[in-house]
Write a protein that binds this ligand. Structure first.
Ligand SMILES: [Zn+2]
Length: 160
């Protein structure tokens, strides 16, 4: 695996200047190695969006110690291409995730919230009955619709 230093030396060969001109950018790309110490760390920044993110972090261009202005995107593209042979999209990485049940808990939350709303409305309705007011059939229909909508949302979010 290439070290940021070697990427920086490669940048010097391409665009001149000194290693220090490029080192921070290359170190930023590989910083995710502190999260996962193997090649999988690259999923976080080694893609097209990562190249654009580098531009947001370091600016559109850097000026080398030799006085030459170099686009940060060029440096990012150089880094990713040297590591992977091409510039994948973030989606290329994400599609390779092996889904596990813990990654998709939103369905359970929507069900829990719908159930909670129904229970809260029931308590409110029983309060109305106690006060002699007419129980609201409309609220019950809304509750059912809400529960069905939540169920539908949960289904559409489920990974298959
Ligand atoms: Zn790298």
């Amino acid at each position: 695996m290439a070290h940021p230093l070697h990427h920086a030396q490669s940048s010097v060969r391409k665009w001149g200047g000194a290693v220090e001109d490029y080192l921070a950018i290359h170190a930023w790309f590989d910083e995710s190695k502190k999260i996962v110490a193997d090649f999988r760390h690259r999923a976080l920044r080694h893609h097209a969006e990562g190249v654009f993110l580098a531009e947001q972090v370091f600016g559109v261009t850097i000026t080398t110690s030799a006085g030459r202005e170099i686009p940060v995107r060029w440096i990012g593209e150089q880094h990713v291409t040297e590591d992977l042979g091409f510039i994948p999209s973030a989606a290329d990485w994400l599609r390779r995730i092996d889904p596990s049940s813990w990654m998709n808990r939103s369905r359970r939350l929507s069900r829990a919230l719908a159930k909670q709303r129904i229970e809260e409305s029931s308590v409110a309705r029983s309060g109305d009955s106690a006060s002699g007011m007419v129980p609201s059939f409309q609220i019950t229909q809304d509750q059912l619709r809400l529960a069905e909508t939540s169920k539908g949302l949960g289904k559409s979010l489920r990974l298959n």
